[in-house]
Design a protein around this ligand. Structure first.
Ligand code: 3BY
Ligand code: FES
Ligand code: FE
Length: 410
């Protein structure tokens, strides 16, 4: 395997409690190693079941050199295939999403059924057996409407995650939602800087005035740094959620995931500029908007918010050591009517602005790390989730590179 020596050297330089060594963020060989060590071994959040509602609806997803097709077959089952024709290897689906009756290769028109079987290969000799040339499948799991895919031979179990998050998400009924808006931005920054930026709100007060109208900066219900105002808000909110039977205490996700319900600032209920609901028709059978939000993330590539009126999914896909695609999807009740129940501009204003602010922060961070003057710096206490992320990342890379030399203590 290539790059292992370099990975081992850089992992040996990592200090717990500090940002990572330069090479782990900016080295092209490290990026290649990550594609194998992280993105080819784990589950990746792809899209939502409500984005491929009808049989034949598909989404494609690029991970390194690999492209996957995620689709709904004729029986309603969600499947994933490598986007590679079994004739001479052409890409089959050329767009990010669409609808097909069957998958027809654009090159020589081999035709595949939605379950991946090759059903027509014109001009091939009589002794050609199409049964040996079905599309190569990838693994798929659907958890509360979120579609995860994996190209690993044997992906890790998602059952702990499924069991932990389902009670928090199910009351929001993601199966009864539709897409209100999607956005994809390209950030000139390493994917880990994008994730790290999302894992802390140390940067929020200096950068996100629109978000902070509604978002509480504290990451835990018993945050030692929390103000008396937050503690009072937390007490009133948890009493209401307990009455409604909505789980809120932090789930034990270790370094793999986070799941918690936290309130919005007093008097606000949704990520809008004025804090009022972004969609008048609430999700599920909710009758009151003050449900805070279930904040979820899972390594390596997503974070999500489940509110009373909308669900937001953020998906991160690495393009190179220096570029990352961030897609955001806003879901609302499937019966909500645009222009009546919600206005797309109002619904999306806060997070479109916040995403752009975070893009600039991650890009500046990347530029600074490229300098020869960069040295790993210490995490603040409120950045504890970054240390979890680095621990997870280092373990993944160690598994790829073999045993490293001992890690330096903080
Ligand atoms: O997405 C979140 O949960 C927040 C928003 C900003 C930082 N992050 C912790
Ligand atoms: Fe697909 Fe030839 S490469 S039909
Ligand atoms: Fe941010």
């Amino acid at each position: 395997m290539p790059h292992q020596e370099l990975v081992r050297d850089l992992l040996a330089q990592r200090r717990s409690g500090f940002s990572l060594p330069q090479g782990l963020y900016v080295d092209d060989a490290i990026f290649q190693a990550e594609l194998d060590a992280v993105f080819a071994t784990d589950w990746l959040f792809a899209c939502n079941a409500c984005e491929i509602k009808r049989p034949g609806d598909f989404h494609t997803l690029e991970i390194g050199g690999n492209s996957l097709i995620v689709l709904r077959d004729r029986d309603g089952q969600i499947r994933a295939f490598h986007n590679v024709c079994r004739h001479r290897g052409s890409r089959l689906c050329l767009t990010e999403s669409g609808h097909v009756n069957r998958l027809v290769c654009p090159y020589h028109q081999w035709v595949y059924e939605l379950d991946g079987r090759l059903i027509n290969a014109r001009q091939m000799p009589d002794d050609f057996d199409p049964a040996g040339y079905g599309l190569r499948p990838a693994h798929v799991e659907v958890i509360c409407g979120m579609i995860f895919v994996s190209i690993a031979e044997e992906p890790p179990s998602l059952e702990r995650y499924r069991a932990a998050v389902t009670p928090y998400i199910a009351p929001h009924m993601p199966d009864r939602t539709k897409v209100a808006f999607t956005s994809t931005i390209i950030e000139e920054a390493n994917w880990k800087l994008v994730i790290e930026n999302n894992r802390e709100c140390y940067h929020c007060s200096g950068n996100h005035p629109e978000l902070l109208v509604t978002l509480v900066e504290f990451a835990l219900p018993d945050d030692p740094a929390a103000s008396a105002t937050f503690r009072g808000l937390m007490e009133r909110s948890t009493a209401r959620w307990d009455r409604l039977g909505l789980p809120h205490r932090p789930a034990d996700g270790g370094v793999e995931f986070r799941c918690i319900r936290l309130p919005f600032n007093e008097g606000t209920t949704s990520f809008t500029l004025d804090g009022k609901p972004g969609c008048a028709k609430l999700l599920a059978d909710f009758t009151e908007p003050e449900l805070g939000s279930v904040r979820l993330f899972r390594v390596p590539n997503n974070w999500n918010h489940f509110l009373s009126d909308q669900i937001m999914h953020f998906r991160v896909l690495p393009l190179s050591a220096h570029r990352t695609a961030v897609s955001t999807t806003w879901l609302v009740h499937e019966d909500a009517v645009e222009g009546v129940d919600y206005d797309v501009g109002r619904l999306t204003a806060v997070w479109l602005t916040t995403n752009d602010q975070d893009r600039q922060l991650a890009e500046n961070n990347h530029l600074g790390i490229r300098s020869s003057a960069y040295r790993p710096g210490p995490y603040a206490p409120s950045e504890f989730l970054l240390n979890n992320f680095s621990d997870w990342y280092v373990a993944k890379m160690e598994a790829y590179a073999g045993s490293p030399r001992p890690v330096l203590a903080a």
